[in-house]
Design a protein around this ligand. Structure first.
Ligand SMILES: C[S@@+](CC[C@H](N)C(=O)[O-])C[C@H]1O[C@@H](n2cnc3c(N)ncnc32)[C@H](O)[C@@H]1O
Length: 304
């Protein structure tokens, strides 16, 4: 089985699923049947042959009161993203009013690329940020995610015009046990991923470990606006309006769009996240709020 790694220790439960345009087309053809066969079995929470309409919601109202302390949060997160993968990007564009693409471009800009960087995009999903890094001038980008259905879509986009000079590969693996040797990357990025980790400290620690000296971790994540009016308005939108419409548009049955607002309001604030970054070893942490603080871009430097 092909392995997903840069060098060093053997990876744990990880595999490389595609590299560059030609390989990704190959992947799509070669593995279409296999993907269909293995995906439900990879998704914890219900048997592979259970009809769609009988499957239980991944996030019950009880769990949504405190999603970050749910013991099997990671399994539920994976189930949820495997389920919403087909409509994920479309729903993002519509319900962020197209801002999500601008936020990712900003994150790339704040990484201050020089053109030689090896980038690891952790929790890459369907590859939006990884693609932004390639078009933004990164030398090489590796996307890693544990939701197979998201990753298959990232690899299938190999035919897009965005894939020009750069070099990309995709890896199925866990952010909490990255299958790469220490110091393998110049930039590690993570967009809307850290909120979903089972353990934030472990995830951030892994990002720090795989960064070379002088490297930086760029995180894009939802946050709560500081101003009272902005907070009231965004929470009305994300808790009341968006979940209903997004659930309808995606046909989701896992509770993904109720998990989203609940996981944002119960997630540590920006200062607490910055503290976790410093505790992991980062020497300098920048905090850049965007769109009234609806999202925050963190840039954490690993300067010796
Ligand atoms: C909201 S999506 C973000 C995807 C992408 N970064 C973007 O900007 O659109 C969160 C992603 O994090 C992934 N994820 C969450 N926890 C993970 C973990 N422990 N290891 C790998 N991927 C993880 C999910 O599978 C999902 O694809």
């Amino acid at each position: 089985m092909p392995r997903c790694r840069e060098s060093g220790e053997p990876p744990v439960a990880a595999r490389r699923i595609g590299k560059n345009r030609r390989d990704n087309r190959g992947l799509t053809r070669r593995r279409k049947a296999e993907d269909r066969a293995i995906s439900p079995g990879r998704t914890p929470g219900y048997p592979a042959d259970m009809p769609e309409h009988d499957r239980p919601a991944t996030w019950s109202s009880d769990l949504l009161r405190s999603p970050h302390t749910t013991a099997d949060k990671a399994g539920r997160v994976r189930t949820m993203f495997n389920a919403i993968a087909p409509t994920y990007e479309r729903v993002n564009r519509v319900f962020s009013f197209g801002r999500d693409a601008a936020w990712r471009r900003d994150a790339v800009r704040l990484a201050r690329l020089t053109g030689t960087e090896r980038v690891l995009d952790v929790a890459c999903g369907t590859g939006d940020l990884a693609r932004a890094f390639l078009t933004g001038g990164a030398a090489r980008v590796t996307g890693l995610d544990f939701a197979h259905e998201m990753l298959v879509r990232a690899a299938a986009r190999g035919g897009d015009a965005a894939w020009c000079e750069g070099d990309a590969s995709w890896c199925e693996g866990d952010a909490l046990a990255l299958p790469f040797a220490s110091g393998s990357f110049d930039v590690v990025s993570c967009a809307f991923g850290i909120r979903n980790f089972q353990d934030l400290r472990v995830g951030v620690g892994e990002c720090f470990r795989v960064l070379a000296p002088g490297g930086r971790l760029v995180i894009l994540e939802f946050s709560r606006p500081g101003g009272r009016v902005a907070r009231w308005f965004t929470e009305l939108y994300t808790a009341r309006v968006m979940p209903r419409l997004a659930t309808w548009m995606s046909g989701d049955r896992t509770g993904a769009y109720r998990y989203l607002p609940s996981s944002v309001v119960t997630f540590p604030g920006t200062d607490a996240v910055a503290q976790v970054l410093r505790a992991a070893g980062f020497s300098r942490v920048e905090i850049h709020p965007r769109t009234l603080g609806v999202v925050t871009i963190y840039v954490a430097w690993n300067n010796p």
